[in-house]
Write a protein that binds this ligand. Structure first.
Ligand code: ATP
Length: 301
């Protein structure tokens, strides 16, 4: 009789093991930060970009069910203008950029470019339209020339040089013993934060996208480097629809439109001067950053 029951025992053990496995898999997926798979709709056409008018229409989104990050957000970025997004840490600023690039699909509402829902066009055509200058640029263990050319496959040497000049990094590269063939990365030349950002800007110039996302570095650059980078970025932004994810307010003053995100919604919108006059959240953020700057200057004296 005991022999008869053994297979059943075994079955029970297998069942328990599978069940345990299933539970572990479940908790693993809950913890691991994997975006839901984004797929092209069957027969999706390519995005036809006329000028790059970006709109968020009642966009709602959360990474996890039950924890919404954005609630019915409306944004309108006319072609060729700059929108700066500010707000406290965790307000959802970078999330906006991820949604526009379609790393995630929205839960409600829609995002359009020149009137076309970005979820209805091919991802390849969407991503070819948008350039991102990220917070932290990843450099390959290869030459600096290769690292710039990566912005657009098949770019020629002359184009790479022009892009480097546009990003104000050509002089630095030419001063290196091997010029554009200088290796960077772990066993090569180490680039500063500002220099890495310039490589990202050069890549973007090669890509030449009508829409640009600048995710400003949170790590502070020294004020001279920051001023230099800002001047370079202003050149790059010219004629493109730009969304700046701003962590420091000094970078948003020139934006055509500033939105302050708070609690997943637009709390204030307007130009720098309008928002200062309003005396709300933006004005308070500005006053706080200005006094921090003054304190830092006083401490340095
Ligand atoms: P910061 O100024 O600190 O960069 P942010 O305004 O850009 O902040 P987001 O990165 O957009 O903020 O994050 C918004 C919220 O979403 C935060 O509460 C964050 O914890 C959460 N979040 C961000 N990325 C993920 C993710 N991959 N999975 C789950 N939650 C996330």
């Amino acid at each position: 009789l005991a022999q008869l029951f053994r297979p059943l025992d075994l079955l029970g053990m297998v069942y328990r093991t599978i069940r345990q496995g299933a539970i572990d898999m479940g908790s693993m997926f809950a913890l691991v930060d994997t975006p839901a798979e984004i797929v092209d709709a069957p027969g999706a056409p390519a995005l036809a970009v006329a000028r790059g008018h970006v709109r968020f229409e009642g966009v709602s989104f959360g990474y996890d069910a039950g924890r919404p990050i954005l609630h019915g957000l409306d944004l309108d970025v006319p072609a060729g203008t700059t929108l700066a997004v500010v707000g406290s840490s965790g307000a959802g600023k970078s999330t906006l950029a991820r949604l526009l690039y379609r790393f995630y699909d929205v839960d409600g509402g829609r995002i359009t470019i020149d009137g076309q829902d970005i979820a209805a066009v091919t991802q390849a055509s969407l991503r070819a339209t948008i350039g991102i200058v990220p917070q932290d640029t990843v450099l390959f263990n290869d030459t600096i020339g290769y690292n710039i050319a990566y912005g657009r496959e098949g770019s020629g040497e002359d184009e790479v040089r022009r892009a480097a000049a546009g990003a104000a990094i050509a002089g630095f590269i030419e001063r290196q013993p091997d010029g554009y063939d200088t290796r960077v990365g772990e066993r090569g030349l180490k680039l500063s934060g500002g220099e890495k950002q310039r490589v990202a800007i050069a890549r973007t110039l090669l890509k030449n996208p009508p829409i640009l996302i600048l995710d400003e570095a949170t790590s502070a650059l020294d004020s001279r480097t920051e001023a230099d980078i800002l001047a370079t970025l202003e050149q790059v932004e010219r004629g493109r629809t730009t969304i700046v994810i701003a962590h420091r307010l000094s970078t948003v003053v020139h934006a055509d439109q500033i939105v302050v995100l708070d609690g997943g919604q637009v709390a204030e919108r307007g130009s720098h001067a309008e928002l200062l006059r309003r005396g709300g959240l933006y004005a308070a953020m500005w006053a706080r950053q200005a006094s921090e700057r003054d304190e830092a200057l006083a401490a340095a004296e």
